[in-house]
Design a protein around this ligand. Structure first.
Ligand SMILES: [Zn+2]
Length: 249
């Protein structure tokens, strides 16, 4: 239905079930000429904490960094204040994407520029989870503070790979109907393709992390270009405080 007096659609939109924690309705944009979202295809990134003024900018900055200038996040603000993001190709970019940039683009393109929207909930230092959480299947939560720490990982781990994992995971669960666990396994493959690594899931014997306190060290083994690396994630209250990478002969 259409209310001509205020020029807004008051229909419960097709994504409204995803917005239960934010607001029940997403209205059509007031200015249809300025804000045409032709295919309705985009990432909608909302902040989980209303006082958090920085996580959206951090998220966009890290996505742009991962795309190396070949694509740029385009953001418009929906009427409810949510940033609605898609990727635009930069025709002036010189050369072609390297394998990391290409793998990242391939992982996130379905979310940003595919036929359906993906809802991302941004945190900045959440003590509820480490890096990402898709356990409710409706909102892909990402802690940008944790993601940022991964750039201490000398390319064995990286913010690009973590974001590729989380954004792809959101796409697989919300659009493709994958279970959260399947989507997480897919996310690990995405990480590996972005970093050029193999993550050994059976090498966690040195971890001291206690999920009840959210404190300790998670030790994860990776192989990259013939070298084995131990990556220690030092966790305080489910936040990554430091990342150290040790090559093993
Ligand atoms: Zn995951």
């Amino acid at each position: 239905m259409y209310d001509a007096q205020i020029g807004r659609f008051h229909v419960h939109d097709r994504f409204a079930d995803k917005y239960v924690n934010f607001n029940p309705y997403q209205y059509a944009i007031n200015n249809p000429l300025k804000y045409v979202d032709i295919n309705g295809d985009s990432v909608i990134a909302v902040t989980m904490n209303p006082n958090d003024k920085t996580s959206t900018g951090e998220f966009v900055g890290m996505v742009n960094q991962a795309l190396g200038g070949f694509y740029t996040v385009q953001t418009r603000i929906a009427e409810d204040g949510s940033p609605v993001m898609s990727l635009a190709e930069n025709k002036d970019a010189k050369g072609s994407m390297n394998s990391q940039q290409q793998a990242f683009y391939d992982a996130v393109n379905g979310a940003f520029n595919g036929a359906n929207d993906v809802l991302i909930g941004l945190d900045n230092g959440s003590s509820q989870y480490i890096i990402g959480d898709n356990s409710n299947g409706q909102v892909q939560k990402i802690d940008v503070a944790d993601v940022k720490q991964l750039d201490k990982g000398n390319g064995v781990v990286s913010s690009a790979a973590a974001l590729g994992h989380e954004i792809n995971e959101g796409y697989q669960t919300q659009v493709k109907g994958m279970s959260p666990l399947q989507a997480h396994d897919q996310g690990i493959k995405v990480e590996n393709s972005i970093n050029g690594t193999t993550r050994n899931e059976n090498a966690r014997q040195n971890s001291t992390y206690d999920p009840r306190t959210g404190n300790g060290t998670i030790s994860q083994q990776y192989n990259k270009e013939g070298t084995r690396y131990i990556v220690d994630f030092n966790i305080i209250k489910k936040n990554i405080a430091n990342v150290t990478v040790t090559p093993k002969k």
